[in-house]
Design a protein around this ligand. Structure first.
Ligand SMILES: *Cc1c(COP(=O)(O)O)cnc(C)c1O
Length: 422
């Protein structure tokens, strides 16, 4: 049996209907922007392996740092103990974040980073108020993860359908535009004293299909929240670490959120890890002689030293001037291609923020995630050695920043050919 056949007998893949799935391609190694399968066929990883890889695969610098850490200390319980990589990562990360972030709380992935943020906010109100606020505001099309709290604050969709009766109530609002911003602010004003927090993906909603909105309106929403003491959570799990052109998406704002959620690019795509950071307003609400005011949350692998070492190495690379130059180069290249393709009869919309380029395919009426078009597009690019994984009818490029101009050009040309062929 080959690997795909063995896989088909024992594995349950994520987001995959396991009855007659598309074949799973066995990957044997990665190098830079490329993945190689069993037959040495090469794929350009144009989705950064689910948005996590920012510096390319099997990066020798990250590999060396991880290997060094692996031979020194692989893991230690993080209650009652601490270690250099965890402290150093917090020391280096906090000043990079917009605003005045004071503390790092470690967990395992993007969903847990969101769970921790929600628990911080809800318990903030339990700790500080006689009538704790419990309402949460989120965007209708948001995605914040697949655990129950994260699912609850995500838009209701086919992904949450089976669990809808168990998800807690959330006040969903539309993405802000020039037309609806005053209406949205009125809604927040109206709900004001009941609302514990507002959680959002800053500037780009990834899973919703790379939907984009303007910083100016997010500023207005955050400012309105702040007038009522409503805590604000920036879920930068996808947008963080250079993705939108700044190190963090919220750098484009004048207002500053109270809490940040980070994961995906954090370790350069090497190890799973999540981080929730907060300012002193949030942190101080948990300081007390009263044990009940403790944040009782933790995971077995909290602050895993290898994941911290990978993050530190990834941060070294991120802060190197070449990386910002690459981010600017990729962004400019996307902008140029977007201009070129605008107005194409099969392109319903094209959007770009930093290194993210999204192209909405004209489909007439059928725009569902299940549309045949999605699988057709996926296969078209796989056949041509490019990993692009459309969200329904939205095709997007979200590549490691090291992608070369040649590989970008090849990807654009293949998209143009697909627009002719499909
Ligand atoms: C991917 C994602 C998450 C969930 O992260 P996981 O590591 O997959 O649990 C949360 N928020 C946003 C914005 C994401 O893109």
């Amino acid at each position: 049996m080959n690997l795909a056949e063995r896989d088909a007998k024992v594995i349950w893949h994520p987001f995959t209907q396991m009855k007659n799935p598309l074949p799973h391609i066995p990957i044997v190694r990665g190098e830079g922007v490329y993945l190689f399968d069993e037959n040495e066929k090469r794929y350009i990883d144009a989705v950064s392996s689910w948005w996590v890889n920012i510096h390319g695969h099997a990066h020798p610098y990250i590999a060396a740092k991880v290997s060094e850490q692996l031979n020194t200390l692989e893991h230690v319980i993080f209650a009652g103990f601490t270690h250099e990589p965890a402290v150093q990562l917090a020391e280096r990360l906090l000043p990079l974040l917009p605003g005045d972030q004071k503390r790092v709380f470690y967990s395992d992935n993007g969903s847990t980073a969101v769970e921790v943020a929600l628990k911080m906010c809800l318990q903030y109100w339990v700790n500080t108020s006689k009538q704790p606020r419990t309402k949460i505001i989120a965007f209708k099309e948001a995605y914040h993860g697949d655990t129950f709290g994260a699912m609850s604050v995500s838009g209701r969709s086919i992904f949450t359908n089976a669990f809808s009766s168990l998800l807690f109530d959330v006040e969903f609002i539309d993405l802000p535009t020039a037309q609806n911003i005053s209406q949205l602010k009125s809604k927040i004003n109206y709900l004001s004293n009941e609302v514990a927090c507002f959680i959002f993906e800053p500037l780009v909603l990834g899973t919703a299909g790379m939907l984009m909105y303007e910083a100016q309106y997010l500023d207005e929403l955050i400012a309105t929240c702040q007038q009522h003491g409503i805590l604000t959570i920036a879920d930068e799990v996808m947008t963080g670490f250079g993705r939108t052109g700044n190190y963090f998406s919220c750098e484009a704002l004048n207002t500053k959120p109270d809490i940040f959620c980070l994961s995906k690019g954090l370790t350069g795509g090497t190890m799973p890890m999540g981080i929730t950071t907060c300012n002193s307003k949030v942190f101080d609400a948990f300081l007390s002689e009263d044990k009940l005011k403790t944040l009782y949350h933790g995971h077995s692998y909290t602050a895993n030293p290898i994941a911290c070492a990978a993050s530190l190495a990834s941060l070294d690379l991120l802060l190197a001037p070449e990386t910002m130059a690459n981010i600017k180069r990729v962004s400019a290249s996307h902008a140029q291609f977007a201009m070129k393709i605008t107005g194409h009869p099969k392109v319903k919309a094209i959007r770009q923020t930093g290194t993210i380029l999204a192209l909405e395919w004209e489909t007439g009426n059928d725009t569902s995630y299940f549309s045949g078009l999605r699988n057709q597009l996926y296969q078209y690019f796989i056949d041509r050695g490019i990993l692009l994984r459309p969200l329904g009818n939205v095709l997007y490029i979200l590549a490691p920043y090291v992608i070369s101009n040649e590989d970008l050009e090849y990807t654009y040309q293949t998209i143009e050919r697909a627009l002719k062929d499909i």
